[in-house]
Ligand binder design. Structure first.
Ligand SMILES: NC(=O)C1=CN([C@@H]2O[C@H](COP(=O)(O)OP(=O)(O)OC[C@H]3O[C@@H](n4cnc5c(N)ncnc54)[C@H](OP(=O)(O)O)[C@@H]3O)[C@@H](O)[C@H]2O)C=CC1
Ligand SMILES: [Mg+2]
Length: 362
């Protein structure tokens, strides 16, 4: 292997030993990214594909051009990926995906499927939920790809109930340092009816280095399960209030990514759709009338049966930003009868990817 590749292999190999990290939590301290050499995305993609050589080829997904809504801009669009990547401890120990063979969830390969998806679409900004391999995998590797990362774990993650877990899961936000400067960052523990809850969010104000335009990017993961609709609604209101303050009353354009664990019919969705922050949901633009969410963003089979839901969204300031394109979802045929996750796709949630551009100054 060439010098670069062997160096690279050491990068993957180092993260491949994450089981060691979970037995020695002191390794879970993020290595100082300054001392991590940059890696070439193409070489890392090759490494991932080498690890995945026994797997079926990845599914082809295409970007849908929405440029009719998108003013021409001499600045490159901002590509945002929203993705609940399925916590390893929950996938193996709690979620009970009864149609997914346990070997399809092997971390050494599943993490390469996750990285392959990120490298395939090369987002400028990554908004992730259920990250329970931040310090031993995503932070070191994405730092070496030029991202700056922030991680905010759930105060009491269900991962901690699973034997041989890798620590708590939480939300993570990554952005490319060569495109953006961090202006401010807030870790938000969401409340419901003034009570602190187990769900969190991260909100960061970034400044584009090429245009000096500022915007706020937020990531969240709301309480799951039926019966908790009012709870999610209260969490959503709390997040909106925080974002109202951070964006100075919507003066700063806003993008909010999340697994809201709520169908569009739920109250929390209606709060976001009618908020004074003037938000629109980007994936509605993929529908013929531009008014309907996709039929699913997550599709799994648990012991309780088959669950096909639309729970994941990318909200954006509809006056200040335009969606130039959005990544189409997997078809039912691609997902297959055993649904997700599978040997082909690493999570029970699909990634959502959009390209945004600023509308001209009003
Ligand atoms: N909240 C607290 O203060 C306390 C929490 N705990 C622990 O935390 C857990 C609750 O965690 P919290 O994050 O607040 O709860 P959530 O209800 O939000 O769910 C936690 C995780 O479980 C997944 N999930 C959703 N539906 C199911 C299902 N039907 N079967 C299996 N997994 C599912 C969710 O994935 P997805 O979002 O993709 O659907 C989510 O990642 C408890 O089960 C306990 O283990 C214990 C004591 C106190
Ligand atoms: Mg989950």
């Amino acid at each position: 292997m060439g010098n670069g590749t062997s160096r690279l292999y050491s990068a993957l190999a180092k993260t491949l030993n994450s089981s060691a990290a979970s037995q020695h939590p002191e390794y879970l301290v993020a290595p100082d990214p300054e001392h991590l050499e940059p890696i070439d995305p193409k070489e890392l993609l090759e490494e991932c594909r080498a690890v995945l050589h026994t797997r079926p080829p990845r599914f082809q997904r295409d970007f849908v051009d929405l440029r009719a809504d998108c003013p021409s801009s001499h600045h490159p669009p901002i590509r945002v990926m929203q993705w609940n990547i399925l916590a390893q401890a929950l996938g193996e120990g709690k979620d009970n995906f009864v149609q997914c063979p346990i070997e399809a969830l092997k971390w050494e390969e599943r993490k390469c499927l996750i990285l392959e998806e990120i490298l395939a679409y090369q987002p400028d900004i990554l908004c992730l939920q259920e990250v329970d391999h931040y310090f031993d995998t995503f932070h070191p590797l994405l730092s070496r790809l030029g991202y700056q990362g922030t991680f905010f774990p759930k105060p009491w993650s269900p991962c901690l109930d699973v034997e041989h877990n890798n620590g708590p899961d939480g939300c993570a936000l990554f952005f490319l340092q060569n495109r953006f400067k961090l202006v401010n960052s807030a870790n938000i523990r969401l409340t419901a009816m003034t009570l602190k809850t187990n769900q969190v969010a991260i909100a960061q104000t970034l400044e584009c280095k090429e245009s000096s335009r500022q915007f706020c990017i937020a990531v969240t993961h709301l309480k799951a399960r039926t019966g908790w609709e009012r709870f999610r609604s209260a969490q959503g209101c709390d997040l909106l209030q925080n974002l109202q303050n951070i964006t100075q009353g919507a003066k700063i354009p806003l993008i909010v990514c999340g697994d809201f664990n709520a169908e569009p019919t739920e109250e929390v969705y209606k709060h976001f759709a009618s908020s004074s922050l003037n938000l629109n949901s980007a994936y509605k633009l993929l529908s013929a009338d531009g008014q309907s969410e996709p039929p699913y963003t997550t599709w799994k089979i648990r012991t309780s049966g088959e669950c096909r839901h639309t729970l994941d969204y990318i909200w954006y300031s509809k006056h200040a930003l335009s969606v130039c394109s959005a990544l189409d979802l997997l078809t039912e045929e691609q997902i297959g009868p055993n649904r997700l996750p599978s040997f082909n796709y690493p999570s029970d949630h699909l990634s959502l990817v959009c390209d945004f551009s600023f509308n001209e100054e009003p």
